[in-house]
Write a protein that binds this ligand. Structure first.
Ligand code: NAP
Length: 260
């Protein structure tokens, strides 16, 4: 009798999924999971942007304190599943997530959109890091569209080159900013917008992270049209583990686990 009461109790309990966010995919996934009655979603943001797009009320903001902090959080909050939907360049939190999920022995999924691949007409110089991108710029162009965000601007600050630097929030006060102009804007960006920016500022080359997705891809199309080279920073490696490339497949992964 005791067991069957426990079983009924467990059936009525919602399971908990923690989504590590900071991407449009994370927001979309959170919205869809919120419609599944058996599951409670907790969203987590690092707190980098001043006005983040917050998926739902159930959002916590700020770091966990490394692997140990995230492991403790997963235990304390009794998280059943962990979905890492962070940006492909947010390498540290993905490593931490994989390690913490292993430590508490819960299923863990990485939702990571596919990288862009060059197509006919693209002129890409693929590099491993921002430092490597900075190294190829002298001699390539004198006016560069720098679209790597605000955190790693200092890697370009030593160059005698003019930069158009686009980011969501201004650089933090202690950042060494390269010479040029700051443009504060949040995607998605249209092809028309990107084409006219490149022309208006007489841009000779673009530096971009290989973020994938559609929101910031128009600049790559505009560069192709205008014959402008793109210095493409490759993604950092991901930890081993289950990976999917889109929200619907992530949702199926979760539904499979709910039904088990
Ligand atoms: P990161 O280098 O991988 O992470 C640095 C630290 O930030 C982590 O160790 C963790 O702190 C904290 N953190 C990161 N994501 C978190 C999350 N979703 N919830 C709670 N804490 C988080 O990350 P990053 O490159 O600085 O990116 C920070 C956030 O911005 C990520 O959530 C990412 O999705 C988003 N983002 C990044 C980029 C990019 O190009 N890097 C672009 C767009 C959006 P603790 O160790 O203290 O837990």
């Amino acid at each position: 009798m005791k067991q069957s009461i426990k079983a009924v109790y467990e059936m009525t309990q919602q399971k908990r999924v923690l989504i590590l966010g900071g991407t449009g995919d994370a927001v979309e996934l959170a919205g869809k999971i919120a419609e599944i009655p058996e599951v409670e979603v907790i969203n987590s943001l690092a707190g980098r942007t001043q006005q983040p797009i917050v998926p739902s009320e159930n959002t916590r903001i700020g770091g966990f304190g490394g692997i140990a902090g995230l492991t403790a959080y997963l235990r304390e909050q009794q998280i059943d599943w962990l979905i890492d939907a962070t940006h492909p360049f947010a390498a540290q939190i993905s490593l931490n997530a994989a390690a913490a999920a292993t430590a508490v022995n819960i299923p863990h999924l990485m939702l990571i959109r596919s990288a862009w691949n060059p197509v006919a007409g693209d002129d890409w110089i693929e590099v491993e890091s921002n430092a490597a991108a900075a190294a190829v710029l002298p001699g390539l162009a004198q006016r560069i569209f720098l679209t790597i965000g605000r955190q790693e601007l200092a890697a370009f600050a030593h160059l005698k080159i003019w930069f158009l630097m686009r980011m969501i929030d201004p650089p933090l006060p202690d950042t060494t900013v390269p010479p040029g102009k700051l443009l504060l804007a949040r995607g998605p960006f249209s092809l028309e917008n990107e084409r006219s920016l490149l022309q208006q500022y007489e841009i000779g080359a673009i530096v971009s992270k290989n973020s994938g997705g559609t929101a910031t891809y128009a600049k790559i199309i505009a560069a192709r049209e205008l014959g402008i080279p793109v210095v493409m920073v490759q993604r950092p490696p991901l930890p081993p583990g289950e990976k999917v490339a889109d929200v619907e497949t992530a949702l199926s992964w979760l539904r499979d686990r709910i039904s088990k």
